[in-house]
Design a protein around this ligand. Structure first.
Ligand code: SF4
Ligand code: SF4
Length: 451
């Protein structure tokens, strides 16, 4: 199968946004490593948008790598699988960094595990076909992606099969693979693009086949030239275009990337699908290839462990369900000056209160900050400088949205399109009055009564 490049090209950038310090140097040079198998994992049955999976096992059940632990309970849901061979030890509950209490299945490792180089080879190594993929039907690809429990790995964790299911009312002509990783500090996607470009290209072609798209473009920020070169080499002869876009935050936002790369404007409150585009993250693309071409469900992911507060920053292939503590311990633990552990990066990440929390399919990074990076300024009154509005990549009015959230004025919140906010953090980042604009808006979005 080969893709065709035909669509209007974007300008490589988008209006507004900000330029925070990149801080990628902590972990960008660290080659991918495989975390040794942990003695135990705790897999949340809800680590995606939509309905939780239903437990398919009970305590003392034996499991192998890839055994289904929980079955998707609706169209917008995702199954979960065991990353270890062993035994189910407990059905429990955990609290994720977003504050949600979710049911879990705990698995204890028993016997020999697929680990190290063998695990890497199984998921990312060796040759990946880009020809002959037309023989697979879109329905067959969609079914495998669903059974494999794939969700977006860029953070939002939306079930991938839902994105790839063709909708006759909204035909898709372009699959856009998101390799921006615009969050400061994070380097997991960068390393994956450099070290495993072939499954990303194969997965992108499979996604296009499933969604009915003819054009495949991979968008990468121009601060990752090695990733661009590796992907271009892997994509040679496939028709897949690798396009470099400007380094600017939040370039990896779907709406921003569609404009930058494809030159189309996603309407406010709409989705890329409304302009014929499906966006998938590079990690998700590689996972599509592993599921469809090698029968591997999503049991592991690459996580950047980074920031000045961790002893040995690294990029690790880890099993879903391993604790943050175990991952950090492998990296030498926290430095004495560490003050905050984040799930994700500093712009959109969430503070992790309990290091026993499990890594999920949407954990793109673990960032450890020191007092230097954690803002301490006290909140003062708004000085009406307008900087928050100038920074908002959506063109929203953050002051109004924050005010509406504070006062539970849901009519005002809706009038100013609170649900269009992508919680990128640009407004709070530039606010000289240290008003927690994004936090307030996030809270307002969560509390907004359903219509
Ligand atoms: S957090 Fe929301 S309101 Fe603030 S800049 Fe981002 S999109 Fe705009
Ligand atoms: S940036 Fe802060 S101080 Fe300036 S208008 Fe926005 S909320 Fe007010």
């Amino acid at each position: 199968m080969s893709a065709q490049a035909f669509g209007a090209r974007g300008t490589g950038s988008f209006p507004r946004g900000i330029h925070p310090a990149q801080a990628k140097h902590h972990s960008a040079a660290a080659a991918l490593e495989v975390l040794p198998p942990p003695a135990r994992v705790e897999i949340p049955l809800l680590q995606h948008l939509g309905a939780p999976a239903t437990a398919a096992v009970k305590p003392r059940d034996p499991v192998a790598w890839g055994t289904v632990l929980g079955v998707a309970s609706g169209f917008v849901s995702a199954s979960v699988h065991s990353p270890l061979g062993g035994k189910v030890v407990r059905l429990g509950v955990t609290t994720l960094p977003n504050g949600r209490h979710v049911p879990t299945v705990a698995v204890a490792a028993e016997g020999e595990q697929v680990a190290g180089q063998a695990l890497w080879e199984a998921l990312y190594g060796g040759p990946w076909p880009t020809a002959g993929l037309d023989e697979l039907t879109p329905e067959a690809i969609g079914a495998v992606v669903r059974e494999a429990g794939l969700v977006g790995q860029g953070g939002a964790a939306f079930p991938t099969h839902v994105k790839l299911t063709p909708n006759p009312a909204k035909p898709v002509d372009t699959v856009l693979v998101n390799g921006c990783e615009c969050e400061p500090f994070l380097t997991a996607d960068d390393r994956l693009m450099r070290e495993a470009p072939a499954p990303i290209v194969a997965g992108a072609l499979l996604a296009a086949r499933a969604a009915g798209a003819r054009q495949v473009v991979i968008g990468v920020e121009d601060n990752k030239p090695e990733a661009v070169a590796a992907l271009r080499a892997a994509a040679e002869g496939t028709g897949v275009v690798v396009q470099s876009v400007r380094t600017k935050y939040p370039q990896g936002g779907e709406r921003q990337l569609v404009l930058s790369v494809v030159g189309r404007i996603v309407p406010t409150g709409g989705l890329p699908l409304d302009v014929g585009v499906v966006v998938v993250n590079v990690g998700t693309a590689a996972a599509i290839a592993a599921a469809v071409l090698r029968g591997r469900p999503l049991t592991h992911r690459v996580v950047a462990v980074t920031g000045p507060g961790v002893v040995r920053p690294a990029n690790l292939l880890v099993p879903i369900g391993v604790s943050y503590r175990e991952v950090l311990d492998f990296c030498g633990g926290l430095r004495p000056e560490a003050v905050r552990v984040l799930s994700g990066g500093p712009m959109m990440g969430l503070a992790v209160g309990d290091l026993a929390t499990p890594v999920t399919k949407g954990t793109s990074g673990i960032t450890v900050l020191t007092a230097r990076e954690v803002r301490k300024a006290a909140e003062t009154a708004c000085v009406r400088c307008g900087r928050c509005g100038e920074a908002c990549p959506l063109g929203l009015v953050p002051t109004r949205l924050a005010l509406a959230s504070r006062h539970r004025d849901w009519a005002l919140a809706r009038r100013y399109h609170i649900q269009a906010c992508i919680e990128c953090g640009c407004c709070a980042y530039v606010c000289p009055a240290a008003i927690p604009l994004t936090q307030l808006i996030r809270m307002g979005k969560a509390m907004l009564p359903k219509e």
